[in-house]
Each structure stands twice: as C-alpha cells, then as structure tokens.
Design a protein around this ligand. Structure first.
Ligand SMILES: Nc1ncnc2c1ncn2[C@@H]1O[C@H](COP(=O)(O)OP(=O)(O)OP(=O)(O)O)[C@@H](O)[C@H]1O
Ligand SMILES: [Mg+2]
Length: 293
C-alpha cells in the first residue's frame, strides 16, 4: 500500500433558507497524508485543532479512515496520519465534515479504489448526522442534500460563474450541538412557507440569477433563534444585509458569510475577527497516491 494525500474543502451549510439541505464548497482546505505501516496509529496535527484534538483512534479523521476501510472490506492495521489543517474548528465552516470526508477519501486511496462520491456522502452522513456539509465537501460546488430513510444523498449544481464568498470569522466558537439545541420544535406555518419559497429562489440565484441573492438568502427558520449563542454574528448579518449585501450565518455559526460579490467589496472585519476572501471549490475532496520514495 502506498501513502495517500487528500485535500478536502471547507463548506458553508444552510446558506440562509436551505436549512440542513444546502451546502457550498469553499477554497479553504485541510490536507491529510496517510502513510500505512506498523500496528497502531500515529497522528500529527498542525494548524487549527493542534494541541486540542485527540491523537489516538478517537481522532475524527482516524475514525473515518477506519469506517471507510471497513466499508471497503479492507484492513490496514497501522498508519501515520499527518493533518495540515486550515479550516477553523467550531466556527460553522464544516471542519468536522471535512475531517470525515477526508478520512473516507483516504480509505479509498489506501485501497486503490476509485472514489465513489455518492457512497462517501452516505457514509459521511452516518458519522456526521446531517448531510449538508458532507455533501459539499465530497462533491464541491453548490450541493443540495437530503435523506432517504436513513441514507444521506446529495446532488451537485454548478454555481454561477464568478460566485465568491467573504467569510467573517470571530474568535469565539459555537458547537453545532449547542446551536441545534436553540431551535424550536415547531415554527409558524407562514415562516415555513416563506422559507420554502426562498430556498427555491436561492437555487436559481446561486446557479444563474445572482442579482436575486439578497432576497433569496432571507431565512425565518434558524438564524434568529440562535441569536443568544452568537449575538455579534447576528448583528453583523443585520448590518451587512442593511447595506445590501447577501449575508448569512454560515452553518451553525458563528462565522458570517457574504455571497456573490467579487472578493474585495464587502467591508473590513470587526475588531478581533478574521476576514477570508474565498472562491467556490469546484470539485470537492481529492485524493492522490504518493510515489514511494
Ligand atoms: N480536522 C479535524 N480533526 C479532528 N477533529 C476535528 C477536525 N475538525 C473538526 N473536528 C472535531 O469536530 C469539532 C467541531 O465540530 P462542529 O461540528 O462543532 O464545528 P464545525 O464542523 O467546525 O462547524 P459546522 O458544523 O457548524 O460547519 C472539533 O471540536 C473537533 O472535535
Ligand atoms: Mg460540523
């Protein structure tokens, strides 16, 4: 077995009205190198997560590699995993999905199996629990995910040419689990109806009608309910939208994303926040077998 290298994109889920369904792959990447050998695992991490995440079998990428190998009927007793991370953790940019999709893709690479992206979506959904981020990490571009029974599925649509995103990333974290706990168990019918219409419109806006992005990114199902967990993010969304920019909470927050404008136009980040100008990743996770040196 040869070492494999994997590059997997950050993702933004929900995109306003597309709660738990829409995803967008971004040009911000984690890179993994997996070198088979020995019996146990050795994990090295640089970048986000270094010094925080477990470095044993419970590491999310290791768990995904093991799950991928099992689904392929293969066993690799030991390996060294090197993670060069750039996706911040707990910020709403899909770090957990990237870790899972990256680990599954590595399992395909290690066994020399051509990558089955639909299978990666369904396996990753089993581990992650919701399919929106894993879909965009696996397929690239703009994705719509759903579940059939317990199976996570997704399609990829081609984003309109020139689509870009500016991410405003605060220093604070919001764990997805915590943000989910703030959602009500029922919502007014008129809010649900409004979101269904806006989600449909957002498909058109993201694929061919970017001038409709501001109105198409209006959400009434999740963002405002989560305000207490990320008041500064909601304040920034309101301010940016008030100035005509299609701003949304990225995933479960607290990152704020502005869609659709050539990088450079949205304003500077508030003090203490980072501002990333990003493109849309077109292909999703990629895996290469390394030459043995
Ligand atoms: N590259 C990674 N390696 C190991 N563990 C990771 C990695 N990325 C994420 N995790 C685990 O997932 C947790 C973050 O997951 P969480 O779903 O809360 O945030 P997120 O995925 O960054 O954001 P969101 O799901 O809202 O887009 C981290 O605290 C860590 O335990
Ligand atoms: Mg996550």
């Amino acid at each position: 077995m040869r070492p494999v290298r994997v590059r997997v994109p950050a993702t933004s889920a929900n995109l306003g009205p597309g709660f738990d369904a829409f995803g967008l792959a971004l040009t911000l990447y984690d890179e993994l190198t997996v070198t088979p050998g020995g019996s146990g695992v050795t994990v090295k991490v640089v970048g986000p997560g270094a010094g925080e995440v477990a470095l044993d079998e419970s590491h999310l990428v290791v768990r995904a590699i093991r799950a991928g190998l099992e689904s392929l009927g293969a066993a690799v007793p030991g390996f060294t995993l090197r993670c060069e991370n750039r996706i911040p953790h707990g910020r709403g940019l899909g770090s957990s999905s990237a870790a899972i999709v990256g680990g599954l893709a590595a399992a395909y690479g290690l066994t020399g199996t051509p990558l089955d992206r639909d299978k990666v979506v369904s396996l990753a959904h089993e581990i992650e629990g919701h399919p929106d981020n894993v879909a965009a990490s696996a397929l690239g571009g703009f994705t719509i995910a759903w579940t059939e029974g317990d199976t996570g599925r997704a399609i990829r649509l081609e984003p309109v040419a020139g689509l870009s995103a500016v991410a405003y990333i605060p220093d604070t974290r919001v764990l997805t689990k915590e943000a989910r706990g703030l959602l009500p168990s029922a919502v007014p019918h008129e809010d649900a109806a409004a979101n269904a219409g806006k989600a449909a419109l957002l498909v058109a806006a993201l694929t061919s009608r970017p001038e409709l992005l501001l109105t198409a990114t209006e959400d009434r199902l999740h963002q405002e309910y989560r305000e207490s967990a990320m008041p500064e993010s909601l304040a920034l969304v309101h301010k940016l939208r008030g100035s005509g920019l299609p701003a949304i909470v990225s995933g479960a927050g607290p990152t704020v994303l502005v869609l659709g404008y050539p990088a450079g136009s949205p304003p500077a980040a508030p003090d203490g926040w980072s501002r990333y100008e990003l493109g849309i990743d077109p292909v999703g996770v990629q895996v290469w077998s390394e030459e043995v040196r």
